[in-house]
Design a protein. Structure first.
Length: 141
């Protein structure tokens, strides 16, 4: 991993960037795996319904079909697809800041680069947290 210079191991600004980048990347990958696993399961089980309708008792066919509804309910509850995409976008934004900082590019060409990095990392994380919380707000009636 590239580092911004000596003493970075204890620099709270750099450690915060690295920690958040790792967290969002890992959570994005986990959400992607769950989303794809559930969707693949729905496809496979959905394909089994007509086969079961021909060869199995009606109760078994109903149970198989109901499992598709349960899987979709879990997807809606846990929002794996939404989390995967949102966390990936956040991780990519953090990667961009890291790259710009390391290459002294963009807003990091001059000035207090370290303070600017801290502010921009926190702005990215705060925006994602706000978006996440907004998903759970109930619309006013």
């Amino acid at each position: 991993m590239e580092t911004p210079g000596p003493g970075v191991e204890t620099d709270p600004v750099w450690l915060r960037l690295v920690e958040q980048l790792q967290w969002y990347s890992a959570r994005s990958a986990a959400a992607q795996r769950m989303y794809k696993l559930v969707k693949l399961g729905q496809i496979v089980v959905g394909a089994a319904v007509p086969v079961a309708a021909l060869a199995a008792p009606a109760v078994l066919t109903a149970i198989i079909a109901a499992s598709i509804v349960v899987a979709e309910g879990a997807q809606q509850l846990y929002q794996w697809q939404s989390n995967w995409l949102r966390y990936r976008l956040t991780a990519e934004a953090l990667k961009r800041e890291k790259h710009l900082y390391l290459t002294h590019s963009g807003p990091y060409r001059s000035g207090n680069r370290r303070t600017l990095l801290a502010e921009r990392v926190e702005a990215i994380v705060a925006a994602e947290n706000t978006d996440w919380a907004a998903e759970f707000e109930q619309p006013e009636e």
